[in-house]
Design a protein around this ligand. Structure first.
Ligand SMILES: [Zn+2]
Length: 320
């Protein structure tokens, strides 16, 4: 008998962010896309528990010919084998133990296509699992009905996903499936676990844009930097006016107020950058090299510019 699935918070966050990136409140519902990824891990000998250590988003729904579907392109097969090759070197050696995909706003279950895909995994590894995530299930804590109009069921502390395995893969596409029990190795699914997950949904929606991520982030940071520089320049010219008018006693107070404004502007963006430093690891495998490299560059540039600006601001008082 195959055992249960043991995940960790990092795997879960990767699944949540990679799925929400393509289906969230910033995107019209009719444009929500499915995402497809793989699960890396190993199987414990005695218990046959599946220990999932990492999740890798691979691809999302794209137009293939005339239809929209989520499936591997040839480079994706190469990526999956690269990931697996690297995983073999872990101790204990790891491999692809299953896959995950999203049903954005759709009931968490296996469709006919999902059963076909799962057959591929279970043919290679009878214990292989398939995880299905729906962000609406997580955010609203409801189990959506299979058909529109049917009542949905209220949930409590539900992570938004289920894990499935085919009962008898030898029956091919006729095979039915079971839910597989799961737990987390590094946390319990409590109310605060769900609240954290919802914060991640919000941050992903705001910051991890699906298209032109680097370019959007760059433009946004530049815009914010202009605002911050504006505070500095404004303060400087105001202080000069005060000096001209001989009202030097007011300098100190003006500098204090303006410094508070500058700090709060920086702090808001600092939080986003801090979040983005985590989120960039949830992009698709093929994007990782470029996105992570370029985003780190942007963060560094931002850091240098703000440090310099704070320094010049602090020097303002003594300079004048
Ligand atoms: Zn599906």
């Amino acid at each position: 008998m195959p055992g249960k699935v043991i995940l960790n918070k990092k795997v879960y966050n990767t699944i949540v962010a990679s799925c929400v990136r393509y289906a969230n409140t910033r995107i019209p519902e009719e444009d929500w896309l499915e995402i497809y990824g793989i699960l890396i891990g190993h199987i414990e000998k005695k218990s046959r528990n599946i220990i999932v250590s990492e999740a890798y988003p691979i691809t999302h729904t794209m137009k293939k010919g005339h239809i929209l579907k989520v499936s591997y392109d040839s480079p994706d097969y190469v990526d999956a084998s690269l990931i697996e090759e690297e995983a073999y070197s872990h101790d204990p050696p790891e491999f692809i133990v299953g896959w995950y995909h999203s049903h954005p706003g759709i009931k968490v279950m296996f469709s006919q296509d999902d059963i076909k895909n799962q057959l591929g995994y279970q043919t290679n590894n009878p214990d292989a699992i398939g995880l299905v995530f729906n962000q609406v299930r997580l955010v609203r804590q409801v189990e959506l009905a299979r058909r529109k109009g049917d009542p949905s069921k209220l949930l409590e502390n539900d992570p938004g996903f289920k894990i499935f395995r085919l009962k008898d893969p030898s029956r091919g596409v006729e095979a039915s499936y079971n839910e597989v029990e799961f737990e987390f190795s590094d946390c319990e699914i409590t109310h605060s676990f769900i609240e954290d997950a919802k914060v991640l949904v919000g941050d992903t929606t705001k910051l991890l844009l699906k298209d032109n991520l680097v370019e959007h982030t760059r433009l946004n940071l530049e815009k914010q930097m202009e605002k911050i520089k504006g505070v500095y320049i404004g303060t400087e010219s105001y202080l000069k006016t005060l000096i001209k008018k001989g009202e030097t006693s007011r300098i100190s107070g003006v500098v204090e107020t303006q410094k508070t404004e500058l700090d709060s502007l920086i702090k808001i963006n600092q939080r986003d950058i801090f979040k983005l430093q985590e989120l960039i690891y949830y992009v698709e495998y093929k994007e990782r090299g470029e996105v992570i490299f370029k985003m780190k560059d942007l963060f560094e540039k931002w850091q240098n510019e703000t440090t310099a600006l704070i320094k010049s601001f602090d020097e303002l008082k003594s300079k004048l």
